[in-house]
Design a protein around this ligand. Structure first.
Ligand SMILES: C[S@@+](CC[C@H](N)C(=O)[O-])C[C@H]1O[C@@H](n2cnc3c(N)ncnc32)[C@H](O)[C@@H]1O
Length: 224
């Protein structure tokens, strides 16, 4: 398979796992989210004091709702219409948009923050999205990305596609998608290639193991 087959497999998998994913998130079935990463991403966004947020790859919409509860105006987009429907049914502003659409300039409003919570899973498409992000941000805006910490995954420490797995998830999940592993230095290079400056990096810990679960990058638009 080449890169574009892998990217297509990611989208195909999300189309097939709408119900399983929605149940897992809403039923608090993913322990690392409940204990560490949900609060970590909300805190990272709130710390930038944005008035408007775009949640890119919003899934069933929990983060948009969490931010709305804190008085922050947030909108979510995702490539899977059924996920967008599930999100909209609970209230809030959601629409269908693929990363390709975003990269092609379909998002027309400037926001104070673009947040990507465990939603940047591919290779070339992630580069294309990041290249467009600065155009979607207000002058002092931020892009905030949470992804699995390279130490947490136990993968060999080099960039490359990895086989997906739903290990630890319910048996309702099907067709695990491949995902693209990046070292921390590759992420940092990608940000600078995309006109973004790394302002802060957070490594939320599992207090029981003392190991980082995720990494959160807080980025601003690079000044020239
Ligand atoms: C692990 S889920 C995370 C969902 C949500 N951000 C959350 O925190 O619950 C990854 C999300 O990325 C979305 N996604 C993956 N590839 C995409 C693409 N090419 N365009 C738009 N959304 C995409 C999926 O549909 C899915 O909702």
């Amino acid at each position: 398979m080449d890169d574009s087959n892998f990217e297509d497999a990611i989208v195909s998998s999300w189309h097939k796992n709408v119900d399983a994913w929605t149940s897992a998130v809403r039923g608090a079935e993913i322990a690392s989210r409940v204990t560490v990463t949900d609060a970590a991403i909300v805190n990272a966004v709130v710390a930038q004091a944005p008035k408007s947020v775009l949640d890119l790859g919003c899934g069933e919409g929990w983060l948009v709702r969490a931010l709305a509860d804190l008085g922050i105006s947030a909108r979510g987009v995702d490539v899977v219409p059924e996920l967008v429907n599930k999100a909209s049914a609970r209230g809030g502003e959601f629409s269908v948009m693929s990363y390709q659409g975003f990269a092609d300039g379909q998002w027309l409003t400037k926001v104070d923050c673009v947040v990507c919570n465990f939603s940047l899973l591919g290779k070339g498409i992630v580069r294309a999205v990041l290249l467009e992000i600065s155009k979607a941000l207000t002058a002092n805006g931020h892009c905030i990305i949470q992804t699995l910490h390279p130490c947490y995954t136990g993968e060999p420490y080099c960039d490359g596609w990895r086989e997906g797995s739903w290990q630890g998830f319910s048996f309702d999940f099907t067709e695990p998608a491949p995902w693209y592993f990046r070292t921390l230095s590759s992420w940092v290079t990608l940000f600078s290639d995309s006109g973004l400056t790394l302002k802060e990096m957070r490594e939320p810990l599992n207090v029981e193991t003392g190991k980082p679960v995720s990494v959160i990058f807080i980025l601003s638009v690079a000044t020239r």
